[in-house]
Design a protein around this ligand. Sequence first.
Ligand SMILES: [Zn+2]
Length: 401
Amino acid sequence: MSANRNSEKFRYRFSGVYQPSRTCQDRPRVHIQALPCERKPNIPVTETRRAASLENWREKYQRQSQGRSRANPGSEYPYEYIQTLWHKPKQPNYQTGVNYANFGPQSCCNVQHGSHLPPEYYRRKSTSALLRKRASTAATNNKQAMSDWSHHSQNEWGQQFPISVMGTRQSPIDIRASDATKEERPPFKLELIEGDGSAEWTLTNNGHTFVAAPPQGVKWQLSGGVLEGTYVLGSFHSHWGHAKGYGCEHLLDGQKFDGETHFVFQLTPDIPTVEDKFVAYGIMMQESGQTNPKAQQFIETLGGNLDKIIESGSSTKIPGLDLTPIAEANKGKEYFAYKGSLTTPPFAEAVLHVVFTEPLEVASSVFGSLRNLTDSEGKKCTINYRAIQPLLGRKIHHCVA
Ligand SMILES: [Zn+2]
């Protein structure tokens, strides 16, 4: 009797299929699927048995979901419960039948996402291409896998980085003012606390974007606002698209911008109780005839050196950048803040995102230089932003800097 039960238990493997709702702000719906288990290849899987077993599991989840729907309205199964299932057997195993191919943005190519990313970036690869990719991914080690990713195949990120589809605080999101809570906070303070402000910075093409980093010993510190500690600038980078109208990561009430720059600060000194180890201080960019005069020198220094790092992996030295005008330009401006993640691998959920609502005008020529950078395959970086992720009930702060 019990032996029978056990063999029944191992006969099928269950897989969640991620299907975000139309708006991607609600909890994703999860459907349970039975797949034949490879551990018992000799047991014939008949359609009747498969369907019966699937039905048993459905009933079980529905029982579990009773009385637990408060945080998960409208969903068939309790999200938290499904998540525990996901976390158990889902160390990525590219050789198994676990159907990761259904995870990711291409499975939610609906009105909002379709407009956020050009549709061609959601095109599903053929099954054989997916299998080839899986085999090659399995053969690489973790370090190689970290560099072997592209914004062009976001639908495959879940295979390499399960947190990107299983996480609970992924970024970016569509920030809706109606979901946010207005709060009074002290202004942000962005200041040079250590080192020579004129010392040369390093500008690098990392195959996905440019990265501008101050030299060691030059510490730009961010504090105040919604922050629980003090953060020191590590570097900054931008996201952009193939044409005007595409490029930002976050949306503001569905509105898109032409790009988004992230100044990434790290909690320094570390405070163990603070879970947001990084702050992404985000500024939207708007492609226009001229750069905002307040940020002109900053952007011209940057933009004027981009043609020296066209090739992936190349880097150059640039004059020290002064962040004061950027901070000044944001004084008294509205921003949103929420608990999110890195928007690129490894998608660590340790980033507090600050998103200013007013875009900064940046000259078209600078956008031209950005789009001229090439990736590790020698192709132009014409898209390097991630599709929006579900909010999952997170709190959004709405403040003035
Ligand atoms: Zn970024």
